[in-house]
Design a protein around this ligand. Structure first.
Ligand code: NAD
Length: 478
């Protein structure tokens, strides 16, 4: 018996969770459940995290969490519990298989069978946002080497375990050379350790277009958090319905299993929802906890039900379906089919689908890190960068040189274009006049000088080189 935590969530959550548990029990899953309350009710009772401390204790004790979708109320500073659960529990790998069920579920992509592996802890989902001036807000995109190494290695290990032939990486490193550049670089490094698996990289925009147009050219695709969030919804939807896909969120200690869709408030409580997404999540959970025999039995019964044309309304189609059913009727049909296999769709074989054991991340030796400059960001109300440069250059700053001013990343001084639109958020880049290394004392002196002249510095970013290589972006146009 494995003890798992369950949460029924909001909207269609309770209906699809009840359906899933009914099927798991009927199939003989060797699980016991601890139910916790999370989501809207908990948020609205005044808990801004959407979960109580006691519930966290249960989730951490059981380590395996089957979760229905929840609503995060808008406004009021409520933090998304989905995002915090993934981050608090270190669930770095989000695995989202998207497979078409042709000819039983209508799709333009009959041969689609892809698995999206989404980095789950970092990127823009760090949720570090600030308003810095009247006109400009920012969101920090954080990408780490451990984050990249763990997710990329997981993707290759997953491909190896599942006997898949190719791992593709999506990034936008032509624009974000540091952040997405690191993800791509780590992908290239780790791909070399798996010579038996093909590897390739696509820029995410054309890659996403290709997923929507010809998904059959892909196999496993690994990508940073935000791209993975968006593209996995597209991928699930084009198999026939977002209601068909489940996902696992895997960490070193704990894991969480869920549907990829949300609470579907438009159909909540109406016995319309397709429980397949959460059921697919539960099947991934059963494989993870070593109950592949039960996982296989349920998957085959589910495939048979789809093949029998017994469909919920999201996938019902007069040409391909036989009977339109509600959540409860679909559940009964799956239970009736336990022990049977599909005859046209490929039946499940989960002999090699257990938990993937990953090596611990090993930190590298530190590089030689040198401070070579500083970016000072200022809130300044004029629109002419020449005046800002003149003001700074008249301050008599010793040893340091103003080398560039940018506005929203584009170089506007020296030699900017008069056509460039400027906001009240300016970046002023300083380097040593002789291009030598800087010290923190140089930065403090500079801040004092700028402060004395009433230039409002809203933040500074140090410019470093690592092992002699500059590790910061140039201004656009520099
Ligand atoms: P959604 O996925 O809930 O719904 C999008 C559309 O798909 C709706 O038309 C819905 O009826 C349909 N749909 C979704 N699941 C279905 C199913 N199982 N069967 C049939 N049809 C289904 O997305 P949304 O409307 O953007 O979000 C609604 C709420 O869900 C929001 O509050 C959002 O924050 C939350 N949400 C939660 C999670 C989660 O808990 N993991 C994920 C995404 C969104």
């Amino acid at each position: 018996m494995t003890k798992i935590t369950i949460a029924k969530g909001d909207g269609i959550g309770p209906e699809i969770m009840n359906a899933t548990l009914e099927i798991l029990n009927a199939a003989g899953a060797r699980i016991e459940t601890d139910e916790i309350e999370i989501g809207e009710k908990v948020y609205l009772s005044g808990n801004t995290s959407g979960i109580s401390d006691e519930s966290w204790d249960i989730v951490r004790r059981n380590k395996i969490f089957l979760k229905a979708p929840i609503t995060t109320p808008q406004g009021g500073g409520y933090k998304s519990l989905n995002v915090s659960t993934r981050k608090f529990l270190g669930l770095y790998a989000n695995v989202r298989p998207c497979i078409s069920l042709h000819p039983f579920v209508e799709t333009k992509h009959p041969k689609m069978d892809i698995v999206i592996i989404r980095e789950n802890e970092e990127d823009l989902y760090a949720g570090i946002e600030h308003q810095q001036t009247d006109e400009v807000v920012q969101c920090l995109k954080l990408i780490s080497r451990p984050g990249c190494e763990k997710i990329v290695r997981y993707a290759f290990e997953f491909a190896k375990q599942q006997n898949r032939k190719k791992v593709t990486c999506f990034t936008k490193d032509n624009i974000m050379k540091q952040t997405d550049g690191l993800f791509h670089e780590v992908f290239n490094e780790i791909a070399k350790e798996y010579p038996e698996i093909q590897n390739e990289h696509w820029i995410v925009d054309i890659g996403a277009a290709k997923v929507a147009d010809t998904p059959q050219v892909f196999d496993v695709i690994v990508m940073p958090n935000l791209y993975g969030d968006i593209i996995s919804d597209i991928a699930a939807q084009i198999t026939g319905s977002v209601g068909l896909a489940g996902s696992s969120n895997i960490g070193e200690e704990c894991s969480m299993f869920e549907a990829i869709h949300g609470t579907a408030p438009d159909i909540g409580g109406k016995n319309i929802a397709n429980p397949s997404g959460l059921l697919q999540g539960a099947i991934m959970m059963l494989n993870h906890i070593g109950q592949s025999d039960i996982a296989e039995k349920i998957q085959n019964a589910w495939l048979k039900t789809i093949e029998d044309g017994i469909h919920t309304s999201d996938i019902y189609n007069e040409d391909t379906s036989k009977q339109k059913v509600g959540t409860k009727e679909f559940t009964k049909a799956v239970i009736n089919n336990l022990g049977l296999k599909p005859s046209i769709l490929i039946s499940a074989n989960f002999t090699n689908s257990g938990e993937i054991k990953m090596p611990k991340y090993i930190r590298r030796a530190p590089s030689k890190k040198e401070l070579v400059g500083v970016d000072m960001f200022t809130h300044w109300g004029d629109t002419d960068p020449n005046i800002l440069a003149e003001k700074i250059n008249s301050l008599g700053i010793k040893n340091l040189e103003l080398s560039m001013i940018t506005n929203r990343g584009i170089k506007v001084w020296p030699n900017g274009f008069k056509e460039t639109f400027c906001t009240d958020h300016w970046r002023c880049r300083f380097k040593k006049e002789d291009n030598s290394m800087m010290s923190n004392k140089d930065i403090i002196d500079l801040l004092e000088k700028l402060n004395n002249e009433n230039l409002e510095i809203i933040k500074t970013e140090n410019l470093y080189s690592f092992d002699g290589k500059n590790a910061f972006s140039l201004g656009q146009g520099q």
